[in-house]
Design a protein around this ligand. Structure first.
Ligand SMILES: [Zn+2]
Length: 260
């Protein structure tokens, strides 16, 4: 990047953070790299994760969305101006949002599963394809002036839903609650096991590199936030030092390990 003066970088959100760490290890200040924009996709990205990428690399973070069954990346894209939802290219794709349980369309603005129909694709058109991705649609005109409908960042999949002792949880909800805690790095993993017919959830969270907050204090705040936001307490909470959770060097990051 330094040699070629790369300006824009496209990757998964977890890879953007991996790049920042690697640059540091190589003796570069990631904020001094020539990139101004990171376009990230292929993994759910919550707002705290985006903020971390923007802060660590001193860039504007733009979300892109697509799926191989339709076209790959490029079904929708955030605009640089507003960064407030991803414009779906409606001249090519007709979006709908349905209730994942019944398949019935939801009211405008309600969350549900995104369904896409291709309008211009030849040879392999796709009719009312259920993407499995959970989002909402916003038909208000965007600050940037574009009038194409915007979808919210995909923060979960209909089939990601974890049912732990009868409690419904999305990994993205856990991510959102935990990453809001000061002193926590944007890396975590969830391990699910079954012990004597009971579901057991172990959450592993990484400490931020530069934090001087004590172990006990961090633990307590994480547990308190999970309880307040999700009414949920993990069976085990492990705090590890910065760099303690495996990074994805290739492909998509795996955060949930279901051993049940
Ligand atoms: Zn816009």
């Amino acid at each position: 990047m330094v040699d070629l003066e790369s300006d824009v970088f496209t990757c998964t959100p977890s890879y953007a953070l991996y790049l920042a760490e690697t640059a540091e290890e190589m003796g570069h200040d990631p904020r001094e790299l020539p990139i101004s924009t990171v376009v990230f996709g292929a993994e759910p990205c919550t707002d705290p994760m985006r903020e971390e990428i923007e802060e660590r690399l001193d860039v504007t973070g733009i979300d892109i969305y697509g799926l191989s069954e339709i076209i790959g990346p490029g079904v929708s894209n955030e605009c640089h101006e507003a960064q407030d939802g991803l414009h779906i290219w409606e001249d090519h794709f007709l979006p709908e949002v349905v209730d994942p349980r019944t398949g019935e369309p939801v009211e405008e603005g309600e969350e549900g599963e995104l369904v896409l129909t291709t309008l211009s694709k030849e040879a392999l058109p796709v009719l009312r394809y259920r993407t499995g991705d959970l989002t909402t649609l916003d038909y208000e005109e965007c600050e940037c002036g574009r009038t194409m409908v915007r979808m919210d960042n995909v923060t979960g999949r209909a089939d990601d839903l974890l049912i732990v002792r009868g409690v419904n949880l999305y990994p993205s909800e856990i991510e959102h609650a935990v990453l809001d805690v000061d002193g926590v790095a944007p890396h975590y993993r969830i391990d699910l096991d079954r012990e004597e017919n009971l579901d057991v959830l172990e959450l592993t969270v990484e400490r931020a590199e530069d934090t001087d907050r004590g172990h006990a204090e961090l633990r307590e705040e994480i547990l308190e936030r999970l309880e307040n936001v999700l009414s949920f307490t993990p069976d085990e909470l492990t705090l590890v030092e910065a760099g303690g959770i495996a990074r994805s060097e290739v492909g998509k990051v795996q955060r949930v390990y279901d051993h049940r």
